[in-house]
Design a protein around this ligand. Structure first.
Ligand code: FAD
Length: 450
């Protein structure tokens, strides 16, 4: 048997890669990992973490405004300093980068701070070296996709968003998926005039139709939402203004334009052709149920396989692969029950099936819906509603989907994800005692179906 330099060589130290590397090393494998940009990958550096910190920053605006109803003397909003936020965020991310470095080091993983590329057979080129590994894991994540339109060089993406040094006076955001909705909400609350433009006739593709309507209503309170249109060309009018020409024939002017038009698997120039690894049209590495590519010994997890592009899924896939290769085995994530949140203003969260999916799959579906004013806003006066929805299979009584928009929806939904994983029925929801007074208790008191 050929002696390889490593049992596992991981390309990409993001969520999936780091989890696979340290799990494999913990199981006794000799592991190396290559990272060309930043330890922790997208989530830590330009994704979940900075996004959530910015979302907290933005939300203070509502806290300041809402406090007047609670007896705090009304004050003009204090000035906001984006540079202070960027500096503090950078400091926190450096701390997290350090934690990732220690995690890998403590597990005895060799870290190459360089780009890696498949070189055929079991070889990987990393910097100037070529190393061999019994198993190679592609965990290179995704990259923002910007359509090839004239003037695209004027656009920024989520990658640059977290390094802007001032809040623009105005911005056009192309794309109504979760990233566009989240970044639009953040900028609007920080004082920017936001226009969100979306190709489809609804926001948040993939989410329950009621949640999509709720988010459109909510966003329309602080941003201009344009549906069924798209940017076809960008021109710089002067140093401060860009002009976006639209497919409909209209035009928009703003200081900045941000494209949140999806992400593509990061597989360019990775040597996949040299190694013979098959990819889908999107560039995603095609893998089987065990995360193995078309080439035995070469595997892939995370955004690069384009299944469910979320950090906890990448973590679960990375861990499952390591345990399959070097440990007791692991089935990997249950893709049918991945809870998800959108940190919009207010946030929303969901687990399980949308009503549309349930109606396609089940003969009889019962739906419970409620829309009400959050207790906090009884005194704040803010015109903002909480929305909740349960989708139930009428025959088995099993709860198929739980959906919510409102304060703390992401925190609330995690518990319901456990309930759905355990196969909870509507009768069990009904038998559960509420926590009073909360918004979440509505989930166990909804008795009247539509
Ligand atoms: P990544 O984390 O992208 O890691 C891939 C790594 O590989 C990168 O560090 C890259 O530099 C490196 N790399 C690529 N090619 C090479 C090479 N050839 N050699 C060496 N290194 C290489 N998910 C959530 O669950 N919750 C959220 O709230 C959330 N918010 C998000 C907000 C934004 C703005 C974005 C962009 C994403 C967000 N995500 C969120 C998605 C989440 O970040 C990804 O699903 C997750 O990071 C995927 O992990 P990964 O390991 O597949 O890839």
């Amino acid at each position: 048997m050929t002696e390889h330099d490593y049992d596992l060589f991981v390309i990409g130290a993001g969520s999936g890669g780091v989890r696979a590397a340290r799990t494999a090393a913990g199981l006794g494998a000799r592991v190396a990992i290559a990272e060309e940009r930043y330890l922790g990958g997208t989530c830590v550096n330009v994704g979940c973490v900075p996004k959530k910190l910015y979302s907290y920053a933005a939300h203070f605006r509502h806290d300041f405004e809402d406090s007047a109803g609670y007896g705090w003397e009304a004050q003009p909003l204090p000035p906001f300093d984006l540079q202070a936020l960027v500096a503090n965020k950078n400091r926190e991310i450096s701390r997290l980068n350090g934690i990732y470095a220690s995690l890998l080091e403590d597990h005895g993983v060799t870290v190459y701070r360089e780009r890696a590329r498949l070189a055929g057979d079991s070889r990987v080129n990393v910097g100037r070296d070529t190393v061999t590994a019994r198993h190679i894991l592609i965990a290179t994540g995704g990259w923002p996709f910007v359509p090839d339109i004239p003037g695209r060089e004027h656009a920024v993406t989520s990658n640059e968003f977290f390094f802007l040094d001032r809040v623009p006076d105005s911005i056009v955001i192309a794309g109504g998926g979760y990233i566009g909705v989240e970044l639009g909400g953040i900028l609007a609350l920080l004082g920017c005039r936001v226009t969100l433009i979306q190709r489809r006739n609804y926001l948040l593709p993939g989410f329950d139709a009621d949640l999509r309507d709720e988010i459109e209503k909510a966003m329309s309170r602080y941003a201009t939402v344009i549906l069924e249109d798209q940017i076809e060309r960008i021109d710089r009018l002067d140093s401060a203004i860009l002009k976006m020409s639209l497919r409909s024939g209209g035009a928009l002017e703003a200081e900045q334009v941000l494209f949140a038009t999806g992400r593509r698997p990061n597989t360019a120039d990775l040597g996949l052709d040299v190694a013979g690894v098959a990819t889908a049209e999107s560039g995603a590495v095609i893998v089987d149920d065990h995360f193995m590519s078309s080439v035995p010994g070469i595997h892939a997890v995370g955004d690069v396989i384009d299944r469910t592009a979320l950090t906890p899924v990448a973590l679960s896939e990375g861990q499952a692969l390591a345990r399959q290769l070097f440990g007791p085995g692991d089935q990997g994530p249950d893709y049918s029950l991945v809870p998800a949140a959108v940190f919009s203003q207010p946030p929303l969260a969901t687990v399980g099936q949308t009503e549309e999916q349930a109606r396609e799959r089940y003969d009889n579906v019962t739906v419970y819906r409620t829309r009400f004013t959050h207790m906090r806003h009884s005194l704040s006066g803010r015109d903002e509603k909480v929305f909740m929805k349960l989708v139930v299979d009428s025959e088995s009584d099993r709860v198929l989907g739980v959906h919510m928009q409102g304060p703390d929806a992401p925190e609330i939904m995690q518990g319901f994800a456990v309930a759905l994983q355990a196969g909870a029925t509507k009768a069990q929801f009904d038998a559960t005692i509420g926590i009073h007074p909360t918004a979440a208790e509505e989930f166990v008191t909804m008795r009247t179906p539509d």
